[in-house]
Design a protein around this ligand. Structure first.
Ligand code: GLA
Length: 722
């Protein structure tokens, strides 16, 4: 709901109020962002906001004191010394700006964000256009809220209304001023096989910047930032979050103002190396950012984000549909397979109850290792006698569907594609390119490159019965040079690349609506809301170890729903950590997401085969909770000897709890697990323990943790008894 009173605006979601106003100078200011309030308090709220102060409207000095104002857009070179939201450079080199109110409108629905993933529908939008007093650039700030959701979606559109070109050296999506407080900054950092570890540090004065310069959102830093109040815990206290609906190089900054302790939080496309050339009449559309306020701690924020992504971002035809349970051959064979080996896997898999066999890397071109073949999306019939059709026929015979791996954005130097079009790789001729995993990145800023990849992938998909695609991306961007872009536009390449990725994803998913697309990026390097718009699930990490996964999945759930996480049971010793964990624990941890298997089923013992069948049957029972449930994180693998999470149905009548005890400890026999997230007034039966108790008792008294040996895992099913 949006209410307007004399150029002051109150935007309400289900649990928050976001209020802004135009001040006497025409600046757009944050008035309030926090717990839900009513419009009757809008006047009062404005009293707490600094006016364009002293000497208030004295024309001579009117810009001097803007440094402490709670502006919704940071101008440059006119007395506001915080980092600006945009930098506009004109023909004469001038960069100062002062964005002031021009107009606004309120309408139903979400503004169109052409070429970028975005929140899909519903809601109410406020668009406020500001005009730079020093250039012909207008910026339109969009704000969308939904009555039933806990997020506000923001973005910015930069329009050059003049005749002369300007260049945008920075064009962030949003800025907001948060109230003065001692915040902790939460970021999700990581690396390959260690994605999205939460870390909280004090914000302090000055700027904290969370960013990626890798051309993708990256393993190392997720496009998310949380600002936590001092008393914020998992279950209580206030916090703010922001995540970008974007998959390229990004930046999110929080700057605490030494003058008054307020915080400018802003972000968007990373401005390092960025320069967007804007001809007269052209518009640059910045990606969306989803801001979240929670008064129910981090858990409340995570659940609000899960609802938002499931209901407004992820493909509605896919998001709540039962996910195929796959078996993937990567860790079973790596590159070393032929038709016979795949048949062994398919035959064994068909007895277990999985839905789909996914053939991973190595089926195409000349690809027996990672040194060659990428870009040649033609089946290697020498390696795979009878081609893909023979493998698909075997799958059909055994009652399985067939899925296939692609890495559309890449090229090997040893490939027919590269030999034909060396300039299609993103590097500068005459210089030595950086090779990662022996491959180069295709220049997706070029339409002909995207068209050609679309043609090649489409040909495979339309000529075979393929129901599942795993779209991988295994290196980061370097060189940042396109043989096709003019010099003045070279600073656009990283963003144009990701627009090319979105274009291909849009076209392929539209052309093959029956194919289920899973995203992947050397594990979970591009696990973000942008990719989730196209792919309902993403390979969470190459690390499938049942201990490491508790941490990776915990961190990922901070701002993504569990249904978006692909989680597989793999063989032991684990290929990444060499650790051996019980098969049951691996199954339990992998059931907290879109489950599957990543092993050679022909090598399973009879006992493991039976266990797999049982796991798959058990998963089908809880799959609705995975798709639609609310997640409660109960015991953190980062600080406790136990991991524990619980999925609770929206009506709180059923719940599914998964736990793991890391190390056998003779002295932890009195540790109590408190089940937060149930309905206090309902009575539940815990099937595995055979007892009933009220939701309130389960929350307050709790249940002793099961005393299991090293890496022992357990699952509990809770049902309301009337
Ligand atoms: C990446 C993926 C793996 C696998 C390999 C294949 O590392 O994360 O799952 O597909 O590529 O090369």
């Amino acid at each position: 709901m949006i209410i307007e009173q004399n150029k002051a605006f109150l935007l309400n979601g289900n649990n928050f109020t976001y209020a802004i106003r135009v001040n006497a100078l025409g600046d757009l200011q944050t008035v309030y962002y926090g717990e839900k309030l009513s419009a009757t308090d809008l006047d009062f709220m404005q009293k707490s906001v600094a006016d364009p102060c002293i000497p208030a409207l004295n024309e001579l000095n009117r810009e001097t004191y803007t440094d402490g104002l709670s502006n919704e857009f940071g101008s440059f070179g006119r007395g506001d010394y915080r980092e600006p939201t945009a930098l506009v450079v004109r023909k004469d080199g001038a960069q100062m700006s002062s964005f002031r109110y021009l107009s606004h409108k309120i309408f139903k629905g979400v503004p169109e964000v052409k070429g970028l993933p975005h929140a899909r529908s519903g809601g109410d939008t406020l668009s406020v256009t500001l005009k730079d007093e020093f250039s012909d650039v207008e910026v339109t700030l969009n704000y969308t809220v939904w009555d039933e959701l806990g997020v506000i979606v923001r973005n910015a559109e930069y329009k050059n209304t003049g005749k002369d070109p300007v260049s945008l050296k920075k064009a962030f999506s949003f800025a907001v001023t948060l109230p003065e407080r001692d915040y902790g900054v939460l970021r999700l950092y990581g690396n390959w096989a260690k994605e999205r570890s939460p870390q909280v540090t004090p914000l302090g004065y000055g700027t904290v910047r969370v960013q990626s310069l890798r051309g993708s959102s990256s393993h190392c830093m997720n496009p998310f930032m949380g600002l936590l109040s001092e008393n914020c815990t998992e279950d209580a206290g206030e916090c703010y979050g922001v995540q970008l609906v974007y998959s390229g190089s990004f930046a999110l900054t929080a700057e605490k103002n030494p003058a008054n302790g307020t915080v400018r939080l802003q972000g968007g496309v990373n401005d390092t190396g960025f320069e967007w050339y804007l001809e007269g009449g052209e518009t640059f559309v910045a990606p969306q950012a989803a801001l979240c306020y929670s008064s129910e701690g981090l858990g409340g924020m995570s659940r609000a984000y899960a609802d938002f992504l499931r209901e407004r971002v992820i493909n509605p035809d896919r998001v709540f549909a039962r996910r195929p349970i796959v078996i993937n051959n990567w860790e079973a064979t790596y590159f070393d397979f032929g038709y016979e080996k795949l048949c062994e896997i398919i035959d064994a898999a068909s007895e277990l109850g999985v839905d789909t066999f996914v053939l991973d890397d190595g089926w195409f071109g000349k690809r027996d290792s990672d040194t060659s073949g990428l870009g040649d999306w033609v089946v290697n019939e020498k390696k795979l006698k009878g081609g893909l059709n023979a493998v698909i026929a075997r799958c059909k015979e055994k009652g399985l569907k067939f899925g296939l791996w692609f890495e559309p954005e890449m090229v090997s130097e040893d490939s027919d594609l590269y030999r034909a079009h060396p300039d299609w790789a993103m590097h500068k001729a005459g210089t030595v390119p950086v090779r990662m995993r022996n491959q180069l990145i295709l220049d997706f800023s070029r339409k002909e490159v995207v068209d050609s990849v679309f043609g090649a992938v489409s040909k495979v998909l339309s000529s075979h019965e393929i129901s599942y695609v795993k779209w991988d991306m295994n290196r980061t961007m370097t060189e940042f040079f396109s043989a096709a872009l003019p010099a003045v536009r070279m600073g656009e390449i990283a963003h144009r690349y990701i627009l090319g990725v979105y274009d291909l994803a849009e076209r392929l998913t539209a052309a093959f609506p029956k194919v289920f697309f899973e995203g992947c990026a050397g594990g979970g390097a591009r696990f973000d809301a942008g990719m989730l718009y196209y792919f309902a699930q993403f390979w969470t990490s190459d690390d499938t170890d049942a201990y490491e996964r508790t941490k990776i999945q915990w961190g990922t759930s901070v701002c993504y729903p569990v249904s978006a996480m692909s989680c597989h049971v793999s063989a032991c010793p684990n290929h990444q950590t060499r650790r051996t964990t019980p098969f049951a624990t691996r199954g339990a941890i992998a059931s907290l997401g879109a489950t599957g298997y990543e092993l050679d089923p022909s090598k399973l013992t009879e006992e493991e085969k039976e266990e797999t069948k049982a796991q798959i049957e058990a998963y089908k029972r809880i799959s609705e909770l995975v798709l639609r449930g609310d997640l409660y994180r109960l015991s953190s693998p980062f600080t406790e000897n136990y991991f524990c999470e619980m999925l609770v149905s929206k009506d709180k009548t059923t719940a599914y709890l998964v736990g793991e005890r890391f190390h056998g400890d003779p002295n932890d026999y009195m540790r109590i697990l408190r089940l937060n997230g149930l309905d206090d007034r309902k009575t539940y039966r815990i099937e595995e323990l055979g007892f009933t108790a009220s939701g309130k008792a389960l929350r307050t008294v709790g249940v002793p943790f099961p005393r299991l040996s090293d890496f022992g895992g357990w699952t509990w099913h809770l049902t309301e008894v009337k």
